[in-house]
Design a protein around this ligand. Structure first.
Ligand code: FAD
Ligand code: DHB
Length: 390
């Protein structure tokens, strides 16, 4: 089989890239190790920056998101028993949309299938070949048969556990990493929303986040030990912890409901450079991870493929190689900004077991600052809604 661009992984990065290339008349094949049902039901991100929403809308895959997603103009910071609002739109003119990642996946899969795009699920034994030549290939197994996809470019969109990154020789790679000694316990709850906007809470017992999915399903998280197990947490224990961390002295209370999903999510910061080698390019979690606090991961995957689709268009339509040559350098500017923001917000909001009482007071001082100083609030808001596309 032959195509122009071979894409490994049908997450937001791989599917959106395939969609953007199709709109520019460039052929691609997407190879995914999981089933369609699995990718359409994995619960992950929820916050889309305005730039992400605009891109999905402009490229014709935003209809359901517009109808079912919720537009948010701010969020709340809860600390020291109080709640303070960050007015995202007042400060930046921009907003965010809460719309689950697996809904974005469903919309992109539907668009690729409607356009008769090649999307192969449940492939295995994926390996990359000849990435340094102008005729690279991907070998894999599908429906019991060994296959090979010949292409001009290979794009590794296979997430944090994928195989693509390892096709860049170790001698040319530099990895940067920070693993955090805490995790998030995530729950899905049948309940009405606790608040009109997201609540990020810092408490001496640990971080908590109240998010939403719809008028009757809510998404919440609280900081836990990465070695903990969901079996140790009864519903009563979870609600006691959420109330302790989020309820305010001003009378706001988390609204309880039936918990129907529980999972524990590890947290790390990671950047792998370079993001390209020969005819191989990496995008999204395959090259970088952020802790979920700043809600940046999916949005970074989108901004990578925006840059990459422009560079591939330059190659196919205008014989330009310079945009491709500069891909890693261009994408990394935004990636490092988001890495810093996610790290900063994580450090400000979480219980850090090695923090001295002095450092704990600094966390509170910083929260006081971002909720009282317009310039500090602006800095947090502009990062949260997403810095300008590169
Ligand atoms: P992935 O979504 O990981 O997709 C990679 C795909 O490749 C997968 O489908 C995988 O099955 C497939 N694959 C892997 N290996 C192979 C192989 N060898 N061959 C073929 N296919 C392969 N981000 C935000 O922006 N906002 C948020 O609010 C947010 N909240 C989050 C909350 C949680 C709890 C978590 C866990 C993450 C959150 N994120 C958030 C991060 C976001 O979910 C990820 O950054 C995003 O999924 C990255 O997309 P991707 O396409 O790069 O990778
Ligand atoms: C959600 C996830 C996040 O990481 C975040 O910062 C905000 C919201 C969510 O799943 O809704």
């Amino acid at each position: 089989m032959r195509t122009q661009v071979g894409i490994i992984g049908a997450g937001p990065a791989g599917l959106l890239l395939s969609h953007l290339l199709h709109l520019q008349g460039i052929d691609s094949v997407v190879l995914e190790s999981r089933s369609r049902e699995q990718i359409e039901s994995t619960i992950r991100a929820g916050v889309l920056e305005q730039g992400t929403v605009d891109l999905l809308t402009e490229t014709g895959v935003g209809e359901r998101m517009k109808a079912e997603g919720a537009l948010h103009h701010g969020f709340e910071l809860a600390f020291e028993g109080k709640r303070r609002r960050l007015d995202l739109t007042g400060l930046t003119g921009k907003s965010i949309t809460v719309y689950a990642q697996h809904e974005v996946i469903k919309d992109l899969v539907a668009a690729r299938i409607a356009a008769q795009g090649a999307l192969h699920f449940e492939v295995s034994d994926v390996s990359l070949h000849d990435v340094e030549s102008s005729k690279p290939g991907i070998r894999y197994r599908h429906q019991g048969e060994a296959r090979e996809l010949h292409c001009d470019f290979i794009i590794g969109c296979d997430g944090a556990q994928g195989v693509s990154r390892n096709a860049i020789p170790e001698a040319l790679r530099r990895d940067y990493q920070r693993v955090y000694p805490f995790a998030w316990f995530g729950i899905l709850v049948e309940a009405p929303p606790t608040s009109d906007e997201l609540i990020y809470a810092r408490h001496e017992r640990g971080f908590a986040l109240v998010s939403t999915r719809s008028h009757d399903v809510q998404r919440m998280y609280f900081q836990c030990d990465p070695e903990d197990s969901v079996d140790h947490w009864s519903d009563d224990r979870i609600w006691a912890e959420m109330h302790a961390r989020v309820d305010s002295d001003e009378g706001h209370k988390v609204i309880e409901g039936k918990i129907f999903r529980k999972n524990i999510i590890g947290m790390r910061s990671f950047v792998s450079t370079t993001m390209q080698h020969g005819r191989l390019f990496l995008a999204g979690d395959a090259a970088h991870i952020v802790p979920p606090t700043g809600a940046k991961g999916l949005n970074l995957a989108v901004s990578d493929v925006r840059v990459l689709s422009e560079a591939l268009r330059g190659f196919y339509k205008n014989d330009r190689i310079d945009l491709l040559d500069r891909y890693s350098e261009t994408a990394l500017k935004r990636i490092w900004r988001a890495e810093h923001f996610s790290y900063w917000m994580t450090r400000m909001m979480h219980r850090l077991d090695d923090a001295s009482p002095f450092e704990q007071q600094l966390q509170v001082a910083e929260l006081e600052y971002v909720t009282t100083s317009r310039s500090a609030a602006m800095s947090m808001a502009e990062n949260y809604v997403g810095t300008a596309p590169v």
